[in-house]
Design a binder for this molecule. Structure first.
Ligand SMILES: CC(C)(COP(=O)(O)OP(=O)(O)OC[C@H]1O[C@@H](n2cnc3c(N)ncnc32)[C@H](O)[C@@H]1OP(=O)(O)O)[C@@H](O)C(=O)NCCC(=O)NCCS
Length: 349
């Protein structure tokens, strides 16, 4: 459980934090883990499903293949595996975890939350747990939120997980969307770190006026429009790809710069950028706007496609394991997506 924050209630005057919670300390990622299903769906496999080609998908998106959850794999089971891997990487017991945040747009249930199921499965009796829904930007929102709890001393060890089974909500007859998405999960452990390390700055934002550009309707028979019902009668993803593309290029660059400025740094101080993996052309265009060489940008969209809230933690975990992200590296993670929304953080690892 999180320690209750003591607030001096002063009637009409804004509440003041007590000394107990004004004590700030550095917080950052101390462990990373990920899980992707074994089953691979290549562009050549997709050629047999819809009128498309490996050449079109590769040229327009950079995606070569994506992972697809099998019947036994769900958003929850993948979240659990990623969480266990991150805890092992941090060398921290699940019993120490006091906060669990799961970012997902594809929960197995409206309720109970995925986070509560993870709490039970990994064995974290002290943990508060909730899900967070901010589309593809959810993991970064989650990390920034968890860091606030750890910085104030309200949490000592938090787990932030992004987990998605997007292949269960795509319309497999719509070539404009079904080629883009994949399944997987990634997780980070957030804990106190030495001064000067951890979260240095962030930028979170939204523009709900763009909501209709990228959506999945929720309750059948409530507000469903025929265009978003798949063949199986379930709601599926609707996206205006061209508009989302322009939005993504703009906010990926702008939000990165805003977070870097918030951290008191310049873009030249950044060692590595881990962007949401949606489309290589979005990443390329944003890198050019930022004046950052592609060697400083983590890309694995070719292997997994767009895994929404899972894409950044999977990419961070891989970057760490292959030695791209080192102790002391200044890393920016930047997300964009449904809402519309965007988010970035700057962290010294
Ligand atoms: C979806 C996306 C790849 C489409 O690429 P694009 O270059 O904009 O392509 P267009 O939508 O303009 O379509 C061009 C043509 O290719 C066709 N096309 C679309 N999907 C196709 C596919 N999978 N295979 C073959 N042809 C396809 C279109 O029907 C269109 O044909 P037409 O000119 O005869 O009408 C691109 O808009 C995109 O990546 N957008 C952002 C998506 C995203 O990142 N979303 C998630 C954000 S979190």
């Amino acid at each position: 459980m999180l320690s209750p924050l003591k607030i001096e209630n002063q009637g009409t005057v804004a509440p003041k934090w007590t000394d107990e919670v004004t004590i700030m300390r550095a917080a950052g990622i101390v462990g990373l883990g990920s899980y992707v299903p074994e089953k691979v769906l290549t562009n050549f496999d997709l050629e047999k499903l819809v009128e498309t080609s490996d050449d079109w998908i590769t040229t327009r998106t950079g995606i070569k293949e994506r992972r697809v959850a099998d019947a036994h794999e769900t958003t929850t089971t993948m979240a659990i595996e990623a969480a266990k891997a991150a805890l092992a990487d941090a060398n921290i017991s699940a019993k120490e975890v006091d906060l669990i945040i799961v970012a997902t747009v594809t929960p197995d249930y409206f309720f109970p939350s995925t986070a509560c199921q993870v709490q039970h499965a990994i064995g974290s009796p002290k943990a508060a747990a909730f899900d967070l829904l901010v589309g593809c930007t959810g993991f970064v929102y989650g990390v920034v939120t968890a860091c606030q709890f750890v910085q104030t001393g309200s949490s000592n060890c938090a787990l932030v997980i992004g987990s998605e089974t997007l292949t269960r909500i795509v319309d497999w007859t719509d070539r404009k969307t079904c080629v883009l998405f994949g399944d997987g999960a990634g997780a980070a452990v957030i804990a106190p770190v030495p001064d000067g390390k951890g979260l240095l700055g962030f930028d979170l934002g939204s523009d709900g006026s763009g909501g209709p550009l990228l959506k999945v309707e929720a309750i059948q028979g409530c507000c469903m429009s025929p265009s978003t019902i798949g063949l199986n009668g379930r709601p599926t993803i609707y996206m205006n790809g061209n508009e989302v593309f322009k939005f993504a290029v703009r906010v990926m660059a702008d939000s990165t710069l805003a977070a870097v400025q918030n951290a008191g740094l310049t873009i030249d101080d950044v060692d590595l950028i881990v962007p949401h993996q949606a489309n290589i052309r979005i990443i390329d265009a944003a890198a050019r706007r930022l004046g950052v060489p592609m060697e400083k940008i983590v890309v694995n969209v070719d292997k997994y496609g767009n895994t929404s809230a899972a894409s950044i933690p999977i990419a961070m975990d891989e970057a760490k394991r292959c030695g791209l992200m080192k102790e002391g590296s200044v890393v920016v993670a930047v997300g964009f997506g449904a809402g519309l929304s965007w988010s970035s953080f700057v962290m010294r690892m």
